[in-house]
Ligand binder design. Sequence first.
Ligand code: IPE
Ligand code: IPE
Ligand code: MG
Length: 232
Amino acid sequence: MTPPRHIAIIMDGNGRWARERGLPRIRGHEEGAESVRAVLRACGEAGVEFLTVYAFSTENWKRPEAEVAALMGLLEHFLKQETPELMAQNVRLQAIGRITDLPEACQRELHRAIETTAKNTGVTLILALSYSGRIEIIDGLRSLVRAVREGHIDEAMIDPEMFSQHLYTRSFPDPDLLIRTSGEMRISNFLLWQMSYTEIYVTPKLWPDFRKEELLEALRDYSQRQRRYGGV
Ligand code: IPE
Ligand code: IPE
Ligand code: MG
């Protein structure tokens, strides 16, 4: 059984992990960053080509200012500190979402890390930052309308393949497997268009507790699935 080409993860449960230990929520996020490192490495070993992680949703801006600031600080720190490791592992970094919503310092580090790793040929790690599936679809629609208005395409040519080319994910395949940690059975505005035939795996494990073993378990589960795409 071939491994999934593309895994998408809703990394949930950092706050609960911290609360269970009487720690501040940010400690849960720090421990969650450790899980990203472990899962990325395991994906490389398993032959997964693309890993998209939901790091911050558009809705997450509603959280208390102190938590948002701490998350942005953690992101900046991760990007700075992790680039040599990404290089060593041959990982190419990419990002999806409204990147211009992020603080300047984060944007700078992000663009620097993306440029530095651009020629790597191993796993592509895609960070979903200030990401919303609905906003992505709206942004795609705007781009499509502009292309029609400027005469680049004819309205009659619009089909799902063409629309996909106007999304943030235009150069990535659709996810084969979605993993959501901490037991919640919902999509939370993640990759709405791209997940029409994605296999879903939900685990009660909290994200900071999701490491290599847990990923391998998800891969084993995936290998038992029968993907029919509406056929027989
Ligand atoms: C996921 O953990 C990380 C982000 C959404 C940034 P949460 O912070 O949502 O953790 P819970 O759901 O409160 O446990
Ligand atoms: C989803 O987690 C978003 C990220 C993992 C970044 P949330 O904790 O924000 O989602 P809900 O509120 O449980 O739907
Ligand atoms: Mg949550």
